[in-house]
Design a protein around this ligand. Structure first.
Ligand code: PLP
Length: 378
């Protein structure tokens, strides 16, 4: 199989597997236990927290481990909203966020909060002047993603953080797709909160983290024991936490080299498709884009048929976000960018990663043009 769907999920890195398997075998224990087995795993959790914080430019006490990106986004948005105690009820976000953010905002809207969803331009970028103009005395939070999961477009997060900090408003950044692919520094970008997810960067599914900077008032989402300094009850996912820190360390260590290698592969994939398939359009910002992602519209083709045919040919890609696959709805991201509905319906996301190589590229380029031609003729 040629797997080009790394933005949906990634294979677990072999070194990550090595690092976390012992916690399922001999080194089991509950970090809250007083005995040696408990103390050992507690130490492993705290070491992972420290390392992750170092990579993200925050303090270890500012890291809360969660079950993934969705929980981290929910905790950030609902947690900040609940902690306001009536001081404000306005949230600003963008139309191209992941459903983990959009549907959390929708939920709060139904509970009486005001939500501004900023439009984006053809590249998928919000207008910062509009963002600033939409701030009111009741604004409590700006939630904007670091990089878009469907197009790879990278938001000007530093500028957004600067606006938020100037107005003394919390800035939550969903960095799920950026983590492990491009550098992240919470301090530099003035993020009050930042979400990430393990399975997008070589750790297993079911682990993520939310950075909550000191001074940010946050109510917990999950009540229970005193874990995570009373901010997230429940016995910790020890193996997942160890895996997340290891995966981040590996990604960080090879960031520049992998970015060049994968960016090169992605560019050749893009050029190869443009040269071999007529009537295609690349969606997203040409320059400010994740190195591994390309979203392409194939005119006159239904993305789901293309996806199914590529699958039969042994190629795994995605039409829009993985979470919306199976639901025949054109992408909210492409529609917010003003991509014509007929083109949006024929859009495919190729997202590359660690195990992709030139042979994968050749495999794709030898099969894709024929499939598109056949579908257009049918
Ligand atoms: N945010 C973004 C930008 C994503 O791409 C995803 C997953 O696709 C999530 C949040 C949700 O993360 P998780 O799958 O860990 O819940």
């Amino acid at each position: 199989m040629i797997y080009m769907d790394y933005n949906a999920t990634t294979p677990v890195h072999p070194e990550v597997l090595e690092a976390f398997l012992p916690f399922y075998r001999d080194s089991f224990g509950n970090p809250s236990s007083i005995h040696l087995a408990g103390r050992r795993v507690k130490a492993a959790v705290e070491e992972a927290r420290e390392r992750l914080a170092g990579f993200l430019g925050c303090e270890p006490v500012e890291v809360i481990f969660t079950s993934g990106g969705t929980e981290a986004d929910n905790l950030a948005i609902k947690g900040v909203a609940a902690a306001q105690g009536g001081k404000g009820n306005h949230i600003i976000t963008t139309r191209v966020e992941h459903p983990a953010v959009l549907n959390t905002c929708l939920y709060l809207e139904q509970k009486g909060y005001d939500v501004t969803r900023l439009e984006v331009d053809r590249e998928g970028l919000p207008d910062l002047a509009r963002l600033e103009a939409s701030i009111t005395g009741r604004t409590i939070l700006i939630s904007a993603m670091f990089a878009n999961n469907e197009t790879g477009t990278i938001f000007p997060v530093r500028e957004i953080g600067e606006i938020a900090s100037r107005h003394r408003i919390c800035f939550h950044c969903d960095a799920v797709q950026a983590a492990g692919k491009i550098p992240i520094d919470c301090r530099e970008m003035n993020a009050s909160l930042l979400a990430l997810s393990g399975h997008k960067l070589g750790a297993p599914q079911g682990i993520g983290a939310l950075v909550v900077r000191r001074g940010v008032k946050l109510h917990p989402l999950i009540h229970g024991g005193a874990q995570e300094r009373n901010r997230r009850g429940g016995t910790e996912n020890v193996a997942g936490i160890v895996a997340l820190a290891k995966a981040y360390e590996l990604a960080q260590g090879s960031l520049a080299a992998e970015s060049r290698r994968i960016g090169g592969l992605r560019d050749r994939l893009e050029q190869g498709i443009m040269a071999r398939v007529p009537d295609v359009l690349i969606n997203g910002d040409g320059k400010r884009r994740l190195p591994n992602t390309v979203n392409i519209s194939f005119a006159g083709v239904d993305a789901d048929s293309l996806l199914a045919n590529l699958d039969l040919a042994g190629i795994a890609v995605s039409s829009g976000a993985a979470c919306s696959s199976g639901v025949l709805r054109s992408s909210h991201v492409l529609s917010a960018m003003g991509v014509e509905p007929s083109l949006a319906k024929g859009s495919i996301r190729f997202s590359l990663g660690r195990e992709n190589d030139e042979a994968d590229l050749e495999g794709l380029l030898s099969r894709l043009p024929g499939i598109v031609e056949r579908l257009r003729a049918s």
